[in-house]
Design a protein around this ligand. Structure first.
Ligand SMILES: Nc1nc2c(c(=O)[nH]1)N[C@H]1C(S)=C(S)[C@@H](COP(=O)(O)O)O[C@H]1N2
Ligand SMILES: [Mo]
Length: 256
């Protein structure tokens, strides 16, 4: 008799608990829907991260870890201490780097803006912008990877500095070598990703010719093919820009 009573008590306790759990679930999911409605009716800011509602952007700035798990396309690639970076960095691929007349000291970046305007940017100008360093595992589709250390300007900082609001709303960024032999197309989100940089340093020193001086793209969320060496020009488009390896059968968005 006594035992049964205890059982009854237990049962009612469980029933009550699951009822509470049910109520909780209901309240929480309601809050979730209300929260989502709130977000989706938020005005879109006209800035670089314009596609992202203001509260999400706030979160993006203050809590990247959370967003890393929530929004896959904004995940952050693992970073390493400088001590783990390779001293001797592998050189791979020289398409677009064979121009005998190329003179790094004469180089300027050709930025093609909306409304057919263009701007020549010097390395001195780029170096005045905040420098971001990244040490990550650089992966090539050929099957090798190497931890390497790069320094330069975050692409999103570059866009903000040069007032590329309209341009950065476009779906793609295209980049190519000065001789236009190697070229890549990058989707907007990946280009504006916080770890994407226009690099002018490797291992804390100016880029050497092979990697390639004076400026290259470093885009950790993509495979090495997208990290174009010796950037000659940058442009923005809503159509997919031509992409050297996509034309040769590789996935256009090749990332990991
Ligand atoms: N201009 C140019 N950039 C390029 C390539 C190339 O052939 N030409 N090869 C790509 C490939 S496949 C890889 S893996 C990386 C290699 O960069 P690294 O030479 O600094 O290791 O550069 C990428 N960028
Ligand atoms: Mo590669």
């Amino acid at each position: 008799m006594k035992e049964i009573k205890i059982e009854e008590k237990e049962v009612s306790k469980y029933t009550r608990r699951s009822w509470l759990a049910f109520v909780n679930l209901f309240v929480l999911s309601g809050a979730g829907i209300a929260g989502w409605r709130g977000l989706s009716t938020q005005p879109l800011d006209g800035g670089i991260l314009g596609g992202i509602p203001t509260p999400l952007r706030k979160g993006l700035e203050t809590n990247e870890k959370l967003f890393r798990s929530t929004f896959n396309n904004l995940k952050l690639i693992k970073e390493y201490p400088k001590s783990e970076a390779a001293k001797k960095v592998r050189v791979n691929g020289a398409v677009g780097l064979e121009e005998a007349s190329f003179e790094p000291t004469q180089w300027t970046l050709d930025l093609q803006k909306a409304d057919n305007k263009s701007q020549s940017i010097t390395l001195v100008e780029l170096k005045k912008l905040p420098k971001t360093e990244i040490i990550y595992n650089f992966k090539c589709i050929e099957g090798w990877s190497q931890i390497s250390w790069w320094g330069g300007v975050r692409f999103v900082d570059f866009c903000n500095h040069f007032g590329l609001n309209k341009e950065a709303q476009m779906q793609y960024v295209g980049m190519c070598t000065p001789d236009q032999e190697y070229y890549v197309g990058i989707d907007r989100e990946s280009a504006l990703h916080p770890q994407t940089i226009l690099a002018y340093e490797m291992n804390g020193k100016p880029l050497i010719a092979e990697h390639d001086a004076p400026l290259r793209l470093i885009i950790p969320i993509k495979y090495g093919v997208k990290s174009l060496k010796r950037i000659g020009s940058i442009y923005f488009d809503n159509e997919k820009p031509s992409d050297y390896w996509a034309e040769r059968g590789y996935d256009y968005y090749i990332g990991h």
